[in-house]
Structure formats: C-alpha cells, structure tokens
Design a protein around this ligand. Structure first.
Ligand code: ARG
Length: 461
C-alpha cells in the first residue's frame, strides 16, 4: 500500500521494515472505534467551518459505508497497511477522492491513536465489569446454599478454625467487589478526550474540542496537548486492575485445584469443565483453573511490559508506544476468557459437604474454643491455652480427638472441665458462636451476602 507520507522520500520502504513497522495486524481490531472517532472529527470540522458542511457529511457517509463493509466482510483489512488509521483514510480517499483527503485536517495519528485506544478500552471495561459482576452473583448464590456447610479454615494451609463454605465464598465476593470499583475508577480517569492535541502542539485551526468530547461521550477534553498524546497511564492502570483481578482468580483457582484433589475431595468439577489424561484413565484434571493460574503470570507480564515501555520515553509521542496495544489487548482478552470459563465452572461444581465436615472434625480446629471454654470459666487465657495444648498432645498420642476424650481425662488437667465442654467444642456450636461482625456464623454470613449484593447493585448502577 502506498505511503501517505511518501512526499519526502525518494525510495519505497524496505519490505521487512514495512512489516516490522506495521501495526494493523493488532490494531485492526480498533476499526470501529477509529471510524467512530473520525466521524466525530469530521462533524466537528464541518461545524467549525474548517471544511464545508457538504464535505463533512460526505466524509461521514463514506466512513459509515466503510464500517458497514468491514463488518459485512465486503472489505478486508489490508495487512500491508501501516496501521488501521492509514487504512481507513486511504480507503476513504480511494472511494471519495479529494473529499477523503480533507479528513486528516487538524489531526495527527498521535491524537487519533490515543483516542482509539481509550474508546476501545472503555467498551472492554464495560464487558469485564459485567462478567465480574456475574461472578460476584455466583459466589453469593453458592454462599447462600452453603451457610451451614462447615469446613476447616486454614492458616499456613494447616487446619486452623472452623468456617463455612459460605464464609469462604464471601471472602472472594469482597475481593471481586474491590476489583469492580478499581475498574470503574480506571474508566473514569480514562474518559478524557485527547483529540485536538494533534501531533503534540495543538493546532492553528479554530477547532472546538468540546464538540468531539460530547459526541464521543467523554467527560472533557484533555488539558494539555503534550500529555494528551503521551499519556498511556490509563493502559497501565487498567493492566494493574486486571492483574489484581487475575491474582484473585488465581488464588481461587489454586484452592479449587486443591479441593478437587484426592487429598481434599471437597468438590467435584462437572465433566464439561474438566479434562482427562491421554494415558491415565482414572484422571480428571482441573485444567481450566491451572490455565487461569498460568495466565495470571501473563497478565502481570503485560503490566510490566507497559511500565517498562513507558519509563524512559521523552515527551511526546514515540514509536515505542505502539507496543502498548498488544500488551493491553492480551490482558483484556485473557481476563475475559478466564471469567467466561470460571463462572460456569464454579456454578456447576458439586460440593462434597460430608468430606468438608470430616476434614473439619480432624485437625483440632476446635482447640481455640476449648481454651475459650476455660476462659469463660475464669481461667486466664494463657493458662487455658497451655492446658488445651497438652490435651491436643494427649489426643495425638492416643489417636483420639477432643470430642472422644473422656470427661475424666479432661478433669485430670483441671476441675473446671464439666460435661458442657462437649457442647462447647461441638463444631456446629463453634461456628454458630463465631457471630462477630464478618465472622463465619450463618447469621453473620447472611449479612455479608446482603451487604455484598447491595454494594454490587450500587457498583453497577
Ligand atoms: N500505529 C501507531 C501506534 O500504534 C499510530 C501512531 C503513529 N504515529 C506516528 N507518528 N508514527 O502508535
């Protein structure tokens, strides 16, 4: 494809250089946003009298036609074009001659590309937020159905204190709510219009940047033209919000991987969301969750790519910035893929409440409650803690649990123990009495679900 900037040059660009320089293979996906931006620009040029009303209309018609043709498949993107911006403009000129050549008045690809990425990512954020909201709803429903499903809570991956699956799910609910609000915040700061910054130093034409801002639904024009074309903070912010969202999905995935191992067997994945082995007939593997865990590294890598790309760049535009797109598109694509598979996977997984309860019954996760029992009878906590530790050691030695020790054995340690100790260390009692705000008791978790749903509704207003 002939270069628009060929005037100054006496030779055609080398083929390898052309391929190296070209970004259409990855920025072609922004064709709709590029055309939408150009339509707004042409409208503004017409309204400000920079081109005639007639030309402005013809350009807008032509751009709509090109959009329809790309969408219907009648027009294919030319992979030898330098980028999507050049491709669309060249196509317009091919179809409309001189009128098409007027479109780029008072504009540069520098403000054009800055605009296109914002428009593109703005739409992507809407989709990612909707998927994330769906995941929040899913964890709330799983929680609602498992308010009494007792499982061990862990620290250091050692059984620690009893919680419920509902309580565990609602922890993820909170993380995901924060992800939603970070994404909204990113979108808010991204929503400023760089168009009219031109190459770097604005323009001598009497443009009105508020017109394009309003037409394209931006909050306002960017304040400084150098910043308008140099800023990719919004890509970094989005990649960062996405990396953290992926980190949450990755922790969740890691737990699911453990929970479907034979060692845990807390859950079983639906056959549609698991895979087999080519050699071991018994295998049912949690590949989806492993891929999510793996792709988290990739999205974090995208964030690092963007930060490293920007850190040494002088103002204003530098070609290095073309590297922003593959990184941020990769992050966005992968997050969407992960959410789309993760949601139905957890919706369909079977919960093995019996195995969770059995795991909770071993590992002395009611030891704190045993110590608290003595404290409530007047013993200082440190002494109660020590006695309970000795009781646990005795159980381990005799292969018993706190539930199976006889009252006599209890009384050997202190006369404060009585029959009611068995009630106090009963797992159901232990969970029900952990009724502090944010705790695992069914009552406390019901409130967490309500609060999460209310916050979600507000977030998605
Ligand atoms: N394809 C370029 C990019 O993605 C568009 C801007 C090119 N500007 C320039 N002055 N070469 O960044």
């Amino acid at each position: 494809m002939a270069k628009m900037w060929a005037g100054r040059f006496s030779k055609e660009v080398d083929e390898t250089v052309n391929a190296f320089n070209s970004s259409i293979s990855f920025d072609g996906r922004m064709y709709r946003h590029d055309i939408e931006g150009s339509i707004a620009h042409a409208e503004m040029l017409g309204r400000c009298g920079i081109i005639s009303k007639d030309d402005s209309l013809k350009i807008q018609e032509g751009l709509k036609e090109i959009l329809a043709d790309i969408e219907s498949g009648a027009l294919e993107l030319d992979m030898t074009a330098e980028d999507i911006h050049m491709f669309v403009e060249a196509e317009l000129t091919k179809r409309y001659g001189d009128v098409g050549k007027r479109l780029h008045t008072s504009r540069s690809r520098n403000d054009q590309v800055a605009l296109d990425i914002r428009l593109y990512l703005r739409d992507e954020i809407v989709q990612i937020r909707e998927l994330t909201a769906e995941l929040v709803k899913t964890v709330c429903s799983i929680a609602e159905e498992n308010l009494d499903t007792i499982m061990p809570g862990y620290t250091h991956l050692q059984r620690a204190q009893p919680v419920t699956l509902a309580h565990h799910m609602m922890a993820y609910g909170q993380m995901l709510l924060r992800d939603l609000s970070r994404l909204a915040d990113t979108a808010k700061r991204m929503n400023f219009n760089p168009l009219g910054s031109c190459a770097l130093a604005g323009t001598t034409y009497p443009i009105d940047r508020n017109i394009t801002s309003d037409l394209l639904g931006f909050t306002a024009p960017t304040v400084n033209s150098l910043d308008g074309v140099s800023d990719r903070d919004f890509c970094v912010e989005l990649a960062s919000a996405l990396s953290l969202l992926m980190t949450h999905l990755s922790r969740f995935s890691e737990e699911i991987i453990m929970w479907c191992s034979w060692e845990f067997k807390f859950i079983e994945l639906d056959d549609a969301y698991a895979t087999g082995s080519s050699i071991m007939p018994q295998k049912k593997n949690p590949d989806i969750t492993e891929l999510i865990r793996g792709k988290t590294g990739r999205v974090t890598g995208d964030l690092v790519t963007l930060l490293s790309m920007l850190k040494g760049l002088p103002l204003a535009y530098n070609k290095d910035m073309q590297e922003d797109k593959e990184a941020i598109f990769d992050a966005v694509d992968n997050v969407k893929l992960c959410l789309k598979t993760f949601i139905p996977m957890i919706e369909t997984m079977k919960i093995n409440a019996v195995n969770m309860r059995n795991a909770a019954a071993r590992g002395f996760i009611n030891a704190t409650d045993c110590a608290d029992y003595l404290v409530k009878k007047g013993m200082p906590f440190r002494d109660a803690y020590k006695i309970t530790g000795q009781l646990v050691a005795l159980c381990i030695q005799k292969n018993e649990t706190l539930e199976t020790l006889s009252l006599e054995e209890y009384k050997n340690f202190t006369e404060l123990f009585d029959k009611d100790v068995y009630d106090a260390i009963n797992l159901e009692t232990c969970v029900n009495q952990r009724n502090s705000e944010g705790g695992p008791s069914p009552e406390a978790v019901k409130i967490q679900i309500e609060k999460t749903r209310a916050a979600l509704a507000k977030e998605m207003e």
